[in-house]
Design a binder for this molecule. Structure first.
Ligand code: NAP
Length: 255
């Protein structure tokens, strides 16, 4: 049920952290995976390491760099994927930015706009670009990596949280609009995960203890603990699931 053999998947922001773990697990599950981030060298390096990892298996990886805020680079990502694999079955919009930490009263317009462009508009664009292919095949799975920030208020991550709440609305809209064409759209909302993105929150033991005190599992998550949900949502195991959000946060949101 969880086999991805024969499926082609794009994972944005997949040279590090959660995106990399998803790309690796997709390939291990048999998929052809497009590794993507802003830096070509990093994309090539990760694609190569994945190919070594799945050498005797059906999965494989290829590198296509893309800065998600640039529409022409997103178009190139989709066109290049078509050239190399002929189709797109799974899209994971994972890359996101957060250039500002502080009060909503003080966020500069430029930072607010950067967050909305990279975290909302680029996801909207990329979904628009892959959906025609999925419509033609009458099959597809779209996965947006949101955050528990999308469910909660924050005094310091307000704009980021707005953008992550938008992901939850995007998947509901796509699910309703494209469900009749057998295209599914779901989100994953991680809590605190040990990646560079959240380093300020886990590199200091005191801040880490404070941040995870309310988590029933009393610890930070690892990137690989998010990847399994992406494999699930991409696979036939999730064939009747759409418009949903899977929270992966050690229980923090319900405590
Ligand atoms: P990460 O370890 O910092 O990795 C981010 C990846 O995205 C890298 O491959 C990075 O490569 C790429 N990237 C950054 N900006 C990009 C851009 N403008 N265009 C294309 N690629 C870009 O981050 P992460 O923690 O795995 O975060 C992944 C997702 O999880 C994000 O959507 C984040 O909001 C979400 N999330 C994370 C946590 C957490 O605690 N870590 C919690 C909740 C949600 P380059 O820099 O080379 O481009």
């Amino acid at each position: 049920m969880f086999d991805l053999t024969g499926k082609t998947a794009i994972v944005t922001g997949s040279t590090k952290g959660i995106g990399k773990a998803i790309a690796e697990q997709f390939a291990i599950a048999g998929a052809q995976v497009v590794v993507s981030s802003r830096k070509n060298d990093a994309c090539e390096e990760v694609a190569q390491s994945i190919n070594e990892m799945v050498m005797d298996k059906p999965g494989e990886a290829t590198a296509i760099p893309c800065h998600i805020s640039h529409k022409e680079q997103l178009s190139n990502l989709v066109e290049e994927t078509h050239k190399r694999f002929g189709k797109i079955d799974v899209l994971v919009c994972n890359a996101a930015v957060n250039p500002f930490f502080g009060s909503s009263a003080e966020i500069p317009d430029s930072a607010f706009e950067k967050i909305m462009d990279a975290n909302i508009k680029s996801n909207h664009w990329l979904c628009q670009m892959v959906i025609p292919d999925m419509l033609a095949k009458k099959a597809g799975s779209i996965i947006l990596v949101s955050s528990i920030g999308g469910f909660k208020g924050s005094p310091v991550l307000g704009a980021y949280s707005i953008s992550k709440a938008a992901d939850l609305a995007i998947v509901r809209n796509l699910a309703v609009e494209y469900g009749p064409h057998n295209i599914r759209a779901n989100a994953i909302a991680p809590g605190l995960i040990k990646t560079d993105f959240a380093k300020a929150l886990w590199s200091n033991p005191e801040i880490l203890e404070k941040a995870t005190r309310g988590y029933p599992l009393r610890r930070i998550g690892e990137a690989i603990e998010v990847a399994g949900a992406a494999v699930f949502l991409a696979s036939e195991a999730a064939s009747f699931i759409t418009g949903q959000t899977i929270v992966i946060d050690g229980g923090g949101l319900i405590a």
